[in-house]
Ligand binder design. Structure first.
Ligand code: F6P
Length: 551
């Protein structure tokens, strides 16, 4: 069948020629000097009014530099860009990943049994649940010790080998949900082709008690295959029997032939589908390590959190729709206020890998320079996402957030209850989160600084200009459900932005050139061939490396 995505919006119209875009430009010029102080002074209820709640998440966007007029114009832009049709197309399994001719149907991974979602006329929901059932049976066996290694010993450590979406989701989710994990099982994650990663992850492990999960959608990824081969050699060096592979290796992939060729029995493979993008796969079988860590019931709670946000995104009107609001605010900050980055600041140590996870989600999705029809985009697309958990960042880069010359919109993420009930230190953590948003928005004027008795020469140094936008996302507790809802919130807000820019948020051609060049270069490093065909810089670097690398 023709897998070309068709939608009935006027996608060919250049974004910047749309009257709605022009109206936003005029609006940005006209309201440029309207500060957050003024916006709050003009509306005593702004803090409650510019907030919305769904799937257990509370989003306060009142500290964004927008008025009701801005929000209306942004929604008009979304309408003009056909956002509603795009959302419907995604949920309907249409091939919205146009350059690869595929659906982007991660929402089907968390659809409850009985819901019907079709790809090319085939209902995929029963397939999803069949894999979840197999995963649950396997996870239970590992958790309760029925799955033993080749010598009959219990598995004590699970090592996930994968990279990109086959690593960041599992790593982030394990860290985030560690509180719920089975503590007599350890989890390690190996991604980097740097051999140090594998060496350090395994140096204190007993192969007889170690299970490797090799995660790769394609099962062709250089780094993952190199690490999987290293793992196989490490395992067999100790266990001396090829048959051990069957007890110590399982695979998660869409490529059964590749898995078989590696030597893993496809009976020990958990599958997924080409309509799941790598960076949208943590809730597929790629989440097997998460399921082993927290158990099948809690994994299903996480899926329910994802699903609750999916339903909200699909059904809620745009003015109360969290992913739509977040996506449009991102467009405003990026394209109309000129902010090139977004700082993601979770006030939760368990969310330490969440910014890295979002980097792939947002930047691999929306780091694109052409529109769906192949024309150069005229505006900046995906902003750079970065961040660290609070309060650590406060003692390093927040200086720039408060007093630097660049505008850096911030997403603060926090939880109302600690996972360790009654721990008063949690109030201290949250006090810091609230203080940062307030300080960024309202700053401290020269007048206030002087009133504190500051010497005149120091006044300019101690002024906080304020007017720096942020959003705050609160959930009651960090649970599998709230994590699922949070990830889905970001997935869909990234999608909203891609729809406005009219780009393909689901391909990643930009990673290919480096992969190709690395292959050629690897061969050159192996052979000491005198003829190097690169530019003079790369040739000189390779020669320098060859001379110095040692035996
Ligand atoms: O190189 C980028 C990428 O394709 C990501 O999109 C993906 O998550 C990662 O590599 C890993 O791919 P795979 O799961 O096929 O090994």
């Amino acid at each position: 069948m023709d897998r070309t995505f068709q939608h009935d919006t006027n996608a060919g119209t250049a974004l910047t020629r749309r009257p709605q875009w022009q109206a936003l430009l005029r609006h940005a010029q006209g309201t440029g000097d309207r500060s957050l102080r003024e916006l709050f002074a003009a509306d005593p209820h702004r803090g409650e009014r510019l907030a919305a709640e769904a799937a257990g998440l509370y989003l306060d966007y009142s500290k964004q530099r927008v008025g009701d007029d801005t929000l209306r114009l942004l929604r008009e832009l979304a309408d003009a860009c056909g956002l509603r049709a795009r959302i419907d197309a995604m949920f309907a399994g249409e091939p919205i990943n146009a350059t690869e001719g595929r659906a982007a149907l991660h929402v089907a991974l968390r659809a409850p049994p009985g819901e019907r979602i079709e790809v090319d006329g085939h209902d995929v929901v029963p397939d999803v649940h069949a894999v979840l059932t197999r995963m649950a049976a396997f996870a239970d066996q590992v958790r309760d010790g029925r799955w033993v290694g080749h010598t009959g010993q219990r598995i004590r450590t699970v090592v996930n080998i994968g990279i990109g979406g086959s690593d960041l989701g599992p790593t982030m989710a394990y860290e985030a949900l560690r509180h719920y994990s089975q503590r007599d099982l350890a989890f390690r994650f190996v991604s980097n082709v740097d051999p140090a990663d594998f060496l350090e992850a395994t140096r204190d492990l007993d192969p007889a008690q170690t299970l490797f999960i090799v995660c790769s959608k394609t099962f062709t990824t250089q780094e993952t295959l190199a690490n999987a081969h290293a793992a196989r050699a490490w395992c067999l060096a100790a266990l001396h029997d090829e048959a051990a592979v069957a007890r110590h290796f399982v695979a998660v992939s869409t490529n059964a032939d590749g898995v078989r060729a590696f030597g893993i029995d496809p009976g020990n493979m958990f599958g997924f589908w080409d309509w799941v993008g790598g960076r949208y796969s943590m809730d597929s079988a790629i989440g097997l390590s998460t399921m082993i860590a927290i158990g099948p019931a809690r994994f299903r709670e996480m899926l329910a959190g994802f699903h609750a946000m999916d339903v909200h995104f699909r059904d809620a009107p745009f003015d109360r729709n969290l992913p739509v609001l977040m996506g449009l605010l991102g467009i405003w900050n990026n394209n109309f206020l000129g902010a090139a980055t977004v700082a993601v600041l979770p006030y939760a140590q368990y969310l330490g890998r969440f910014p890295a996870y979002l980097q792939q989600l947002a930047m691999e999705s929306n780091g694109k320079h052409v529109t769906l029809d192949g024309r150069r985009v005229e505006v900046h697309t995906g902003p750079i996402h970065w961040g660290e958990p609070g309060t650590n960042g406060q003692h390093s880069f927040y200086q720039l957030l408060h007093q630097g010359t660049r505008l850096v919109p911030c997403d603060f993420i926090g939880f109302c209850q600690p996972l360790d009930p009654g721990n008063a230190q949690h109030d201290l953590l949250m006090a810091n989160l609230f203080a940062q948003g307030e300080a960024l928005a309202f700053g401290k004027s020269a007048q206030q600084v002087r009133a504190e008795g500051t010497a005149e020469a120091l006044v300019p140094h101690r002024v906080f200009e304020g007017n720096r936008p942020s959003s705050t996302i609160l959930a009651d507790r960090l649970t599998p459900h709230s994590l699922g809802a949070l990830v889905a919130l970001y997935e869909h807000s990234v999608f909203v932005q891609g729809a406005i820019w009219n780009i393909d948020s689901f391909d990643q051609w930009g990673v290919e050139l480096g992969k190709q060049l690395a292959k050629t270069t690897e061969a050159e490093l192996a052979t000491a061939a005198p003829q190097l065909q690169h530019d003079s810089s790369t040739n000189a670097l390779i020669r320098h490396y060859r001379e110095r690398r040692g035996p």
